[in-house]
Design a protein around this ligand. Sequence first.
Ligand SMILES: NC(=O)c1ccc[n+]([C@@H]2O[C@H](COP(=O)([O-])OP(=O)(O)OC[C@H]3O[C@@H](n4cnc5c(N)ncnc54)[C@H](OP(=O)(O)O)[C@@H]3O)[C@@H](O)[C@H]2O)c1
Length: 292
Amino acid sequence: MPTIAVTGATGNLGGLVIDHLLEGGFPADEVMPLVRAASKGERFAARGMSPRVASYDDPEGFARAIDGVDKLVLISPPSLDNAVRLHQLHGAVMAAHGGHLTQLAFVSFSDAEKRPFGLEDVDLAIEHSIRAAGIAFTFLRNSVYLEELAPELTVAVESGQLLSATENRAMNWAPRVSQAAAIAAAVTQDGHIGSTYNLVSPTPYTYDDVAALLTEAVGRQITHRPATPSEVDSALVDGGIDPEHAHSVANDFHVAIARGKCHTTGNDIERLSGHSGGITADDIAALVKGTA
Ligand SMILES: NC(=O)c1ccc[n+]([C@@H]2O[C@H](COP(=O)([O-])OP(=O)(O)OC[C@H]3O[C@@H](n4cnc5c(N)ncnc54)[C@H](OP(=O)(O)O)[C@@H]3O)[C@@H](O)[C@H]2O)c1
């Protein structure tokens, strides 16, 4: 069996990728969760895995950590500063270039060319540099995680109204767990080198659709009400959402959807993993209950 290292192992997506690797029968001792401090690796060692310490901020240490690794799942770091993220990911790609990887699975962003949120140029640049370096790659382009909707859903359940400034244009959210399943499949099955996959929903969802699913999930009517970004912003803040986050949801996220920047749909999640990638009322109920 090849060894598989996973960055962001302590994070939501990396943790789910690791869970899927193990659930799929991949040997635990061949899984190398990459963590920022040895203490963060203990939980993985307790499950029989072989954690290694690697920070994006220490390219030489990162290179040492992936020395001898066969496959690397490279999940974008969370910094919203493009210069920082570019520097961090560039270091990881250089480390991968100097190693002997048989597959670099880079988790980038769907619809990156449309620049929905202003962060995607970094993902595109890194995809290009991986290709240019001649590394055996698989690109797994995330959609926005369905879980990102949770604060809006919570406010809607309280008020009975789901506000959006999306002009009821569609979005391609997919549950994070289904995206993680597809990533795990892409590094354990044969035949995915040189491929790019869009980890997006199979059908588009508007806020009308989300309100209908939310209604089903909570068993009472939740209405979608079209609004301006500033109305959405105020409603979220009034509902207890952190003002900076509320502002970003209303002015970045909803506006990007209204401009049709996140509506690519497809079946890559299902083709890779067997998960549909679609959204159910149960998914929405779990988000509202905080159990997703
Ligand atoms: N598609 C979407 O909707 C969406 C939404 C938000 C974010 N994202 C992107 O998707 C990625 C994964 O999402 P997530 O929900 O799993 O994020 P997350 O839960 O915030 O996890 C981030 C991971 O990155 C690690 N990390 C942070 N800085 C690092 C560094 N300098 N060196 C090495 N590791 C570092 C963290 O380690 P520690 O535990 O040590 O902090 C953690 O394991 C994010 O990093 C972000 O780029 C996508």
